[in-house]
Design a binder for this molecule. Structure first.
Ligand SMILES: CC(C)(COP(=O)(O)OP(=O)(O)OC[C@H]1O[C@@H](n2cnc3c(N)ncnc32)[C@H](O)[C@@H]1OP(=O)(O)O)[C@@H](O)C(=O)NCCC(=O)NCCS
Length: 177
C-alpha cells in the first residue's frame, strides 16, 4: 500500500458498492456491533442515515475508494472532555498498517479540531488482538479489562479499554503519521 494514497473523508452515496465489499463481510463485522450488511438498499440507508449526518464518520480510502471506516463520537455535558473511536478495514487490506495509520491520522485531527478534547478512548473485545495492537502502536494506553461488559452478536464479552490523553507524549502529534 502506498501510504500517500490513504485518506480519510466523509462518506458519499457513491461509496455504496465499495462499502458493501467490507460491511457485508462477516470477517469485518464479527468483532464489531454492526449487523453484516446484506443488500445495497441497507448499505445506502446506512450511508445516508448514519454516516453522512454523523459529525465524524469517515471513509478510509485508498485512491479515494472506500476500504473501511473510522468514527469518533464526542461526549456531551459532564462527558464533553472525552470521545470514543471505532474503526474497521476490509479484510483484504489487513496487516498493512492501514488501521494504525488511520488512528494516527484521527489523533492528529481530533485533538487539533477540538482543543477542549482531553481523552480519546476505544474498546476492543479481549479476543480482538489485532485491534489492541493497533491501539498500542498508535500510542494508546491499555487501562483495564472490563469483565462481561457488553453483548456482541449475542455473547456477553470481556472488553479491553484503551485511552490516549491530549497530554500524553504521543497525543496530538502528527509528524509520525
Ligand atoms: C482490527 C483491524 C482494524 C486491524 O486493521 P489492520 O489494518 O490490519 O491493522 P494494522 O495492520 O495497522 O495492525 C494490525 C496489527 O495486529 C497484528 N495482528 C493481527 N492479528 C493478530 C493476531 N491474531 N495475533 C496477534 N497480532 C495480530 C498485526 O501483526 C499488526 O501488528 P504488527 O504491525 O505489530 O505486526 C482489522 O483487523 C479489522 O477491521 N477487524 C474487524 C473490525 C474490528 O475488529 N475493528 C475494531 C473494533 S475494536
Amino acid at each position: 500500500m502506498d501510504s500517500e494514497s490513504l485518506t480519510l473523508r466523509p462518506f458519499r452515496v457513491s461509496d455504496v458498492d465499495d462499502l458493501m465489499l467490507w460491511a457485508g463481510d462477516e470477517q469485518v463485522t464479527r468483532t464489531i456491533r454492526w449487523k453484516t450488511i446484506t443488500s445495497k438498499e441497507e448499505a445506502l440507508t446506512f450511508i445516508k442515515e448514519v454516516c453522512i449526518p454523523h459529525p465524524f464518520y469517515r471513509s478510509i480510502c485508498i485512491d479515494d475508494r472506500s476500504i473501511g471506516f473510522v468514527y469518533v463520537i464526542r461526549g456531551s455535558g459532564a462527558d464533553r472532555q472525552k470521545a470514543s473511536m471505532g474503526y474497521g478495514v476490509a479484510a483484504k487490506y489487513w496487516g498493512q498498517g492501514i488501521a494504525t495509520k488511520t488512528v494516527k491520522m484521527v489523533i492528529s485531527e481530533v485533538f487539533k479540531d477540538f482543543p477542549d478534547l482531553v481523552r480519546l478512548q476505544a474498546v476492543a473485545v479481549v479476543e480482538n488482538i489485532a485491534s489492541q495492537r493497533v491501539l498500542e502502536k498508535a500510542g494508546f494506553t491499555r487501562e483495564a479489562l472490563l469483565r462481561k461488559h457488553s453483548f456482541l452478536k449475542g455473547q456477553l464479552k470481556d472488553l479491553v479499554i484503551y485511552s490516549l490523553l491530549s497530554t500524553d507524549s504521543n497525543g496530538a502529534v502528527d509528524d509520525e503519521v
